[in-house]
Design a protein around this ligand. Structure first.
Ligand SMILES: CC(C)(COP(=O)(O)OP(=O)(O)OC[C@H]1O[C@@H](n2cnc3c(N)ncnc32)[C@H](O)[C@@H]1OP(=O)(O)O)[C@@H](O)C(=O)NCCC(=O)NCCS
Length: 145
């Protein structure tokens, strides 16, 4: 399926699509609402997406820390899940990060999506914990420099 990876500019129309996608896939099922403080935080983040034409089908936010990148808010549109789109999003982000000279990714992954990340070569650190009311694992992946 033809799709394109690209960076999403803060407050652009594509960014509005990503806010809507993340609300629908990540927050609504947990009865969580968006607040402007959450969105304001994104001025310090980079958002990447997979598009089919102009339509955003998957996106993720990246927080640049000193020696690693933390990925958060990974979501694929319900109709496009299990088609390889999420894999394409994460592997493109991994390439981007390595090109920036950063060789470690960390994230708090929902237990329900853990297998997705394990297939992509991520490892868990420590025990299961609760975040936003549901079980999570801290996971990471190191790349050789
Ligand atoms: C997790 C998620 C981002 C994966 O995106 P996707 O586009 O469906 O991923 P892919 O199609 O590239 O899946 C790759 C592989 O992981 C598997 N996989 C995908 N989502 C999975 C899940 N939730 N649990 C277990 N395996 C999963 C797929 O079956 C596929 O396996 P295969 O290669 O053996 O067929 C997507 O399912 C999603 O948005 N889920 C709801 C929100 C969520 O949990 N986000 C993660 C927060 S940490």
């Amino acid at each position: 399926m033809k799709h394109n990876f690209k960076e999403i500019e803060f407050k652009s129309n594509d960014w509005i699509q990503s806010v809507a996608l993340r609300y629908e896939i990540l927050r609504k099922p947990l009865n969580l609402h968006l607040n402007s403080l959450d969105l304001f935080k994104e001025t310090d983040e980079r958002v990447f997406g997979i598009f089919m034409g102009e339509f955003l089908v998957s996106s993720a936010n990246c927080v640049l820390l000193e020696n690693c990148v933390k990925i958060r808010q990974v979501a694929t549109h319900g109709k496009y899940q299990s088609l390889g789109i999420g894999t394409s999003l994460i592997t493109n982000i991994e390439k981007k990060i390595q090109n920036m000279g950063i060789f470690r990714i960390e994230m708090n992954a929902r237990k329900t999506s853990l297998d997705f990340y394990l297939k992509l070569g991520y490892c868990t650190i420590g025990n299961e914990f609760i975040e936003v009311g549901i079980p999570h694992y801290k996971i990471y992946k190191d790349f050789s420099s």
